[in-house]
Design a protein around this ligand. Structure first.
Ligand SMILES: Nc1ncnc2c1ncn2[C@@H]1O[C@H](COP(=O)(O)OP(=O)(O)OP(=O)(O)O)[C@@H](O)[C@H]1O
Length: 312
């Protein structure tokens, strides 16, 4: 089995990463630092540059400018070393659908030059709880089992860093929970994990998060800190005619964010006094206003609204 890299305390440290495709800047001056053994959630709307960033981190793409290290290796000049020590799980299922689970794992073990591929595959099967299904074709597995297998294949070569690109998209809640338990288990063993996701409950399971919009990193850090720094005065409104009310509130001075969550509106503003005036003005018998703690999702929606407003 290849030796795990003697991981430095900082697993990812990049500065000013920039990448354009044609005239379009897809990643713009991105700076990021992830300590070893931490789980970093990488969030942002579709097309915001998450996959492109991940591909630069694992040596598959060279940035146009910027620099940095991944596991102590230079992302511009030591891409082969990085690839050897990083497990990268792409968005699509990248194993062979017409090979069995065992064959896929053995294949991965051979590609990475592991000494006893059969034994390594068997150990992975046992660890993944897939022994009984070892002879099944990978393509016949359900979404949750496919992801479990893909993660197993990713960790089989003993990487020091996992880069997971939306690993649980389309997977049911129970399988997602199991997947996250496994991620935490791996992190306690010293693995660093960067995982992109659109799910807020998953973001909340990360030690830290980074939020990217239009290629720019807008916020990063611990979730509580991000929520506190956003300084949102948040209210939840229930009652009649919420769609019409939402339209009015969006135009009201002092309101920075309005979002519908089921039978309620979340309304937030960064100026608490101005928000208090809004509540006073719109509080009527048909609507109930209650002060609430801002959620991570409130913060992201507000950030997105503000940035798109200032770009317009
Ligand atoms: N090889 C490429 N050539 C041209 N454009 C590209 C290429 N790769 C990505 N893009 C564009 O760059 C932008 C960012 O894409 P990227 O896949 O990094 O975003 P993302 O945040 O991962 O999105 P998603 O959440 O949808 O996966 C998109 O507009 C995409 O179409």
């Amino acid at each position: 089995m290849p030796e795990p890299v003697a991981a430095p305390d900082i697993a990812i440290e990049v500065k000013g990463l920039t990448k354009s495709f044609g005239a379009r800047k897809v990643v713009d001056n991105l700076t990021l630092s992830v300590p070893r053994g931490r789980i970093l959630g990488f969030l942002g709307p579709n097309g915001s540059g998450k996959t492109t960033t991940i591909r630069m981190l694992c040596g598959l793409l060279t940035p146009d400018s910027g620099e940095g290290r991944c596991l102590g290796f230079d992302i511009r000049t030591q891409q082969e070393e990085i690839k050897r020590h990083v497990g990268y799980m792409t968005q699509g299922f990248s194993l062979y659908r017409d090979l069995t689970i065992r064959e896929n794992l053995e294949f991965v073990a051979r590609i990475y030059g592991i000494d006893s591929p059969r034994a390594a595959a068997q150990a992975a099967l046992e660890r993944l709880g897939l022994v009984a299904r070892a002879g099944q074709l990978a393509g016949e597995l359900s979404g949750g089992w496919k992801q479990r297998l893909a993660l197993g294949a990713c960790v089989l070569p003993n990487p020091a860093l996992l880069l997971l690109d939306e690993p649980t998209a389309g997977v049911d809640p129970k399988a997602r929970r199991d997947f996250w338990d496994e991620i935490h288990h791996l992190a306690t063993q010293g693995l660093t994990v960067l995982v992109s996701t659109h799910y807020m409950d998953e973001a909340e399971r990360c030690h830290e998060i980074a939020y990217i919009l239009d290629g720019k990193l807008l916020v990063s850090g611990a979730i509580d800190r991000i929520i506190a720094d956003a300084g949102l005065s948040t209210w939840v409104v229930t009652g009649e005619g919420l769609d019409a009310l939402a339209g009015e509130l969006k135009a009201a001075p002092g309101v920075d964010m309005v979002a519908r969550f089921g039978v309620a509106l979340h309304v937030a503003g960064r100026d608490a006094d101005a928000m208090a005036r809004v509540v006073e003005r719109y509080a009527d018998p048909a609507h109930h206003w209650a002060r609430d703690r801002a959620t991570l999702e409130d913060v992201f929606i507000e950030l997105m609204t503000r940035n798109h407003r200032s770009a317009a």
